[in-house]
Design a protein around this ligand. Structure first.
Ligand code: BES
Ligand code: MN
Ligand code: ZN
Length: 497
């Protein structure tokens, strides 16, 4: 799990041993409150070190200043905030991530409340969130720990702010979100021999400790429900499929729930339409959508969000076998619609079709959002820094876009036009599971749309962002835990009464 970082809040004042982290703008002037704290001698030292190191105070740059004997801190770490314009749009989580990396394995006092920053309680909480997320690394399977190195020691931060109690209260909620992100990252990072469908379901079941109602459906129940599409995908694997329904009831029972649905393909070999060998190991992360749903429910339940949520995940493994589903097969989905299988590697949409249909019928949600590492085509279209958004509802799409801008988990709306729907008409069945090479992400979204009735719905294609995506100040992990912060923010801004 997160490599031991502890974060406390305290008042601005004299500090003991360890690092002292100071923030400066590009004018390199220490704020008066800071000078009072560190003393004029230390302030002069910073000025001289900055000049000799050509430190310009640029945004997210750092200068480390050893201090002479006599001062009680071990080291001054000066972090740049850039120009006034940079400071106006400061990303507090990114600053927290950057700072945590600079003082990794050490004890540090961070002068957040002074400088020109004047961090609010929420700013300080966001800083803490970034520091926690940056400190996460997945090393469960490294038997040779970096035991003698600095990093393994754990980091101790004291964030010095104007109102420590208020910051601590605000950090309760952001800590819950950090835990949810870390859980999602763990699930994505786990190897597929460990995290197969039944084990994934078992981990989701642990949410019961937080007051989440969890129901695990095995093959018998899925058969009884008529989930012929999901079961077709699962047939080639010796690992049984699962569907897990998680319910967090934080609001009035009469209130219709919102629904999050995730693709959980624990390993996607492509099946009979087998993938080429290069990079196939990455397909252990083909459950990033399901991981996000579990992480989000963890976050919402931990912070006792005043909302009713249904989280549903379809968990399978897609393998080649004598009993695999094949190209040419026609399968009947739970909705009754039939699907001609063209390519067994277009499996995620079959899984989602049945889970979405079930959720919509059984729970009558206000709206549904599905998340899936669905297509390579979305990576071609948008790259690895932004997810594709498809929706039948402008208002829901706008809310997701705004939540993306607020959290940095950006989404970009893509079109859904009749031509994409036409592309998946089949000669033999109601539809086929691929629409050809062109517009692959959009024809996949159109496929899912055929399982959505008259309810607001958004589909997030997260193939580019869920794993192996660009690193950031708050993420160095292969499994990004993408989407937990986005969905938490959506709920917080619009659906908590
Ligand atoms: N899981 C893959 C999509 C994917 C690709 C996710 C790369 C993450 C990184 C999905 O099941 C898949 O194989 N999609 C095919 C669809 C095609 C056969 C129509 C694809 O994108 O090539
Ligand atoms: Mn596939
Ligand atoms: Zn897949």
């Amino acid at each position: 799990m997160a490599d031991g970082i502890t974060i406390a809040f305290g008042p601005l004042g004299p500090v003991g041993q360890g690092d002292l982290v100071l923030f400066v703008g590009d004018d390199l002037l220490l704020a008066p409150a800071l000078v009072r704290t560190v003393g004029q001698a230390a302030a002069d030292l910073v000025a001289r070190a900055a000049a000799s190191e050509r430190f310009k105070g640029k945004s997210l740059s750092a200068l480390s200043v050893p201090v002479p004997a006599g001062l009680d801190v071990d080291r001054l770490v000066v972090i740049g905030l850039g120009s006034e314009k940079d400071r106006a749009k400061l990303d507090w989580a990114a600053l927290g991530g950057f700072t945590a990396a600079k003082v990794a394995g050490r004890t540090a006092h961070v002068a957040l409340g002074a400088s020109d920053l004047e961090a609010s309680a929420q700013n300080a909480a966001d800083f803490a969130l970034g520091a926690r997320l940056r400190s996460y690394s997945f090393d469960r399977y490294k038997t040779r720990k970096k035991s003698e190195t600095e990093e393994s020691k754990g980091t101790n931060l004291t964030l010095m702010v104007a109102d420590p109690a208020a910051a601590e209260a605000a950090a309760k909620a952001t800590d819950a979100v950090a835990e949810g992100v870390v859980l999602a990252r763990e699930l994505v990072n786990e190897p597929p021999n460990v995290l197969y469908p039944a084990e994934f379901a078992r981990r989701a079941e642990e949410l019961t400790k937080l007051g989440v109602e969890v129901e695990v459906l095995g093959p018998g129940k899925l058969e009884a429900l008529g989930m012929g599409a999901l079961l077709a995908v699962a047939r080639g694997s010796v690992k049984e499929p699962r569907v897990v329904i998680m319910r967090w009831n934080g609001a009035d029972a009469a209130e219709a729930p919102i629904a999050f649905i995730g693709k959980g393909v624990c390993f996607d070999s492509g099946g009979i339409s087998i993938k080429s060998a290069g990079g196939m190991e990455d397909m252990k992360g083909d459950m990033g959508g399901a991981a996000c749903v579990v992480g989000t429910l963890h976050a919402l339940a931990t912070r006792k969000a005043k909302v009713n949520v249904v989280g549903a995940i379809g968990i399978v493994e897609n393998m080649p076998d004598g009993d695999s589903y094949r190209p040419g097969d026609i399968v009947t989905s739970m909705s009754g619609q039939t699907i001609e299988v063209i390519n067994t590697d277009a499996e995620g949409r079959l899984v989602l079709a049945d889970v979405i249909w079930h959720v919509q019928g059984a729970y009558k949600p206000k709206f549904m959002i599905d998340l899936a590492t669905l297509t390579g085509a979305i990576i071609v279209a948008l790259g690895q820094d932004i997810a594709g958004l498809f929706s039948n509802d402008d208002s829901l799409a706008a809310k997701l876009t705004a939540a993306g801008e607020a959290t940095g988990e950006a989404v970009w709306r893509m079109p859904l036009i009749p031509a994409y729907d036409k592309a998946i008409d089949s000669k033999f069945a109601d539809m086929k599971n691929t629409g050809g090479r062109h517009g692959g992400a959009a024809t996949a979204a159109s496929f899912i749309k055929r399982y959505v009735n008259d309810v607001p719905w958004a589909h997030l294609d997260i193939a580019g962002v869920a794993m192996s995506s660009s690193t950031s100040e708050i993420n160095r992990s292969w499994g990004a835990g993408w989407g937990v912060r986005l969905l938490d923010r959506l709920v917080r801004d619009h659906y908590e009464g």
